[in-house]
Design a protein around this ligand. Structure first.
Ligand code: PBG
Length: 322
């Protein structure tokens, strides 16, 4: 049957009708808010390239956790900016490192689900995600430092460890170290398909984590490789990843979609700093409607197949969803 018997507009006539046939739903429990703690700060600070996103001093954890939970957000991913950086990123795995302190603080005052980003780039003086030998990051030396970092974050109370360095074997090394340390129930959210992306620019302004020399093309994936992304995800699942991630989100919806149809693990997508700032900048100019663009971008990421979204819009979106 076709037109005039079939009329697609019948199911679009009223809001109730449209709600009834909605295929994709977004809820606050799908949203994960990134939070930055900077050990060098004494008061919250804004970064021009990321409108409205504060970097916090450690002392603020109590206020932050009540603000977030009042806004209806229950999951966060933490990033730390240390006061000292060195060649081996040693503050990443220090017992009293910035992220370890932030995790302990938040856990003490809240029941937030805490995901801890695990990488060395915020902690190394050269800005690369691991130990440098000449111009290359040494994979195997780096993953043993990741394993130490994971245990220190789990000791502090992290619920989920999220390795973002794109080293080979990182998930297996972390799983083994966590199990050996008795953290059998600490989950791993693997940044499996993380592309080398210009959309990370504003994040690096906050974290002061741009590589001093060279770029991340020796470890992060190249933009055009869709099949390779599936191999990365497959390997991470076989190494023990509980949740896999595709990052960035909007320019990589095909990869999210492929992952959804190939694997049965939960899929996270990271709507990264540049994706956020583009929307904020265009909206600030009056060129697009901020709220509608935000909601459309988030819904499209879910439609592609993501189960959860890490997004700097988490609080604003939660306000709309309430
Ligand atoms: C650390 C890390 C980065 C992001 C998340 N974890 C930066 C990078 O790879 O340079 C980017 C997040 C964002 O842009 O919002 N490796």
């Amino acid at each position: 049957m076709t037109f005039p018997e079939t009329r697609m507009r019948r199911l679009r006539t009223t809001e109730r009708m449209r709600d009834l046939v909605a295929e994709t739903n977004l809820g606050t429990s799908d949203l994960i808010l990134p939070i930055f703690f900077d050990e060098t700060l004494s008061k919250p600070t804004l970064t021009p390239s990321m409108p409205e996103i504060l970097t916090h001093p450690l002392a603020e954890y109590e206020k932050i956790s009540s603000d977030i939970q009042n806004d209806g957000i229950n999951s966060v991913i933490l990033f730390g900016i240390p006061s000292r950086k060195d060649g081996f990123g040693s503050q990443a795995y220090a017992e009293n490192g910035v992220v370890q302190k932030a995790i302990r603080g938040l856990k003490e005052v809240s029941d937030l689900l805490i995901i801890s980003d695990l990488c060395l780039c915020e902690y190394t003086d050269h800005g690369h995600c691991g130990v440098l030998h000449g111009d290359t990051v040494d994979n195997d030396e780096t993953i043993s430092l990741y394993a130490r970092t994971a245990v220190s974050q789990a000791d502090a109370g992290a619920d989920i460890i999220a390795p973002s360095g794109m080293m080979d074997g990182q998930v297996a090394a972390i799983r083994e170290a966590l199990d050996d340390a008795g953290h059998k129930d600490t989950a791993i959210m693997a940044y499996s398909a993380k592309f080398q992306s210009a959309f990370y620019g504003p994040f690096r302004d906050i974290a002061h984590s741009s590589p001093g020399k060279g770029d991340r093309s020796g470890y992060q994936m190249q933009c055009g490789n869709r099949r390779e992304a599936l191999r990365e995800i497959e390997l991470d699942i076989s190494e023990g990843a509980d949740i896999i991630m595709v990052k960035p989100a909007i320019s990589y919806l095909d990869v999210i979609c492929d992952a959804r149809s190939s694997f049965n693990v939960p899929i996270a997508a990271y709507q990264v700093s540049g994706e956020y700032s583009m929307i904020k900048a265009a909206a600030a100019n009056g060129w697009i409607d901020e709220e509608r663009t935000m909601m459309e971008s988030l819904l499209s990421i879910k439609r592609a197949g993501a189960d959860m979204i890490i997004t700097y819009f988490a609080k604003s979106a939660a306000k709309v969803l309430r």
